[in-house]
Ligand binder design. Structure first.
Ligand code: HEC
Ligand code: HEC
Ligand code: HEC
Ligand code: HEC
Ligand code: HEC
Length: 317
């Protein structure tokens, strides 16, 4: 009996010692490569791997235009050093290693003292990657380092409040739930290569207005101009009429686009956030069909573009 209680006492002291001992930190991991993050953050990793951020260095379109990165200027944002090691607004520089990972975890999260940045004040600072609160993680400043060369951030600043939200994350990193119910942010960044994202950007309406078929395109879902960023993007509004029972060829109504600098004969025709544009169409056709075709490259044929919206209006008279 004595032996048992002595044993229990020792156990008790041991347990107490465990409780009173300074909180044992989980071993911190020295973070040298984003491949380490992928192992512990499988959910985020899967989303990121499908994103254009992960693809930024291998992307054949970028390879082609940069002459396989012989143009070294192109490496900076497509295989960047961590943005948080630069001042907000400063241009990022290219990194020397693991360029194949493109815009990787370290590019957005690494901070100079070795931890990772988060805007979550409740983050577990004892986790192996030592998350630390950094305000810039929840701000347009993070994206602006790479995404303002074609004024997307300036366009966003001028957007109406209902589209603007707090910042870019509102639309581009919607809330998801991680294992254990922790709130997370989607890292897939769907945009112009994703039909759902394109459909949510603008609304196409086709209706009779004072006896005239009228097509109206409204930017009611993009927090910046449509289409934004890359000057190569083009969105074509097109119409097709049925006359005497026959469908005619598609005709171009309008191209929404920010032209290249050397296309001096063209002006910027992007559709700003919250704005609409209307087009009067022929009233004598039996059928009017209007579609919006998105092209990631302005020289693309209609067939290679993506039909974002298509609407039909019959003349019942
Ligand atoms: C050895 C495993 C491990 C590695 C490697 C690791 N993490 Fe973590 N990380 C964790 C754990 C565990 C947490 C705490 C998760 C929780 O609270 O549910 C965490 C938390 C975080 C958070 C804070 C989440 C929040 O808002 O609460 C961020 C951001 C983060 N990690 C990013 C990274 C990045 C970026 C890398 C690579 C540079 C990385 N982690 C590498 C295990 C790891
Ligand atoms: C200041 C940062 C920055 C620099 C420097 C930069 N890019 Fe980019 N690039 C971006 C961003 C941000 C995007 C994504 C924008 C978008 O999708 O509209 C992008 C997208 C692209 C795309 C479109 C990819 C696709 O799949 O549609 C191509 C092509 C491209 N860049 C080529 C280049 C070339 C060529 C250079 C060098 C002349 C270059 N970039 C330099 C930031 C940069
Ligand atoms: C370190 C530079 C960098 C930072 C920081 C960055 N991006 Fe990107 N982003 C890029 C590059 C480069 C691409 C284009 C990759 C490609 O297609 O080759 C891109 C692509 C995208 C795309 C997809 C475009 C498409 O063509 O599908 C979206 C959306 C996007 N970024 C939004 C954001 C947002 C929102 C933030 C801020 C939270 C952000 N990015 C931060 C460099 C960056
Ligand atoms: C109200 C929602 C919303 C907000 C806020 C928003 N975006 Fe977008 N963004 C979209 C939608 C929808 C698209 C796809 C259609 C398009 O190009 O406009 C898009 C497209 C993009 C693209 C891809 C262009 C391409 O060529 O692939 C980039 C890059 C981008 N946004 C960056 C940003 C940045 C940076 C911010 C913050 C300054 C931001 N967005 C704020 C909804 C939003
Ligand atoms: C383009 C920038 C960017 C890239 C690339 C990026 N993140 Fe994030 N990450 C963010 C932002 C912005 C947030 C949301 C703000 C915050 O929580 O601080 C975030 C949030 C997180 C969180 C907490 C929320 C959640 O969803 O669980 C984790 C963990 C995380 N990132 C890990 C990673 C890992 C791992 C990678 C690489 C696979 C990665 N991130 C790549 C910008 C990025």
């Amino acid at each position: 009996m004595k032996i048992i209680s002595a044993f229990l006492a020792i156990l008790g002291i041991a347990a107490l010692a465990l409780v009173l001992a300074p909180q044992q930190q989980s071993p911190t991991t020295e973070l040298r490569s984003s491949t380490q993050c992928l192992e512990c953050h499988a959910g985020v990793a899967a989303e990121w791997q499908d994103s254009h951020h992960a693809f930024a260095y291998e992307n054949p379109e970028v390879r082609k235009l940069s002459n396989d990165f012989a143009n070294q200027e192109c490496i900076a944002c497509h295989a960047p050093q961590p943005v948080l090691t630069f001042e907000a607004g400063e241009r990022v520089l290219a990194r020397q290693s693991q360029r194949g990972l493109g815009v990787d975890c370290l590019a957005c999260h690494a901070i100079t003292n070795g931890g990772v940045a988060t805007s979550n004040r409740q983050a577990n600072g004892d986790a192996p990657c030592r998350p630390q609160f950094v305000q810039r993680m929840d701000s347009v400043q993070l994206c602006a380092s790479c995404h303002n060369q074609h004024n997307t951030v300036e366009q966003w600043r001028g957007a109406p409040d209902n589209l603007k939200g707090n910042n870019c994350l509102e639309c581009h990193m919607p809330q998801v739930f991680r294992q254990g119910g922790r709130r997370g942010r989607d890292h897939a960044f769907p945009a112009s290569h994703d039909l759902n994202a394109l459909q949510s950007a603008v609304n196409l309406e086709l209706s009779w207005v004072n006896g005239v078929p009228t097509a109206t395109l409204t930017n009611d879902g993009s927090g910046h101009n449509f289409p934004t960023d890359e000057r190569s993007r083009a969105a074509d509004l097109q119409v097709q009429y049925q006359v005497d029972g026959k469908l005619e060829e598609w005709q171009q109504l309008y191209r929404f686009r920010d032209p290249y600098r050397d296309e001096t004969d063209l002006t910027n025709t992007q559709l700003p956030a919250g704005e609409s544009m209307s087009f009067d169409l022929r009233a004598d056709a039996q059928l009017v069909v209007v579609r919006l075709v998105y092209k990631t490259n302005p020289f693309m044929s209609d067939a290679d573009g993506v039909v974002v919206h298509i609407k039909t209006l019959a003349n019942d008279e």
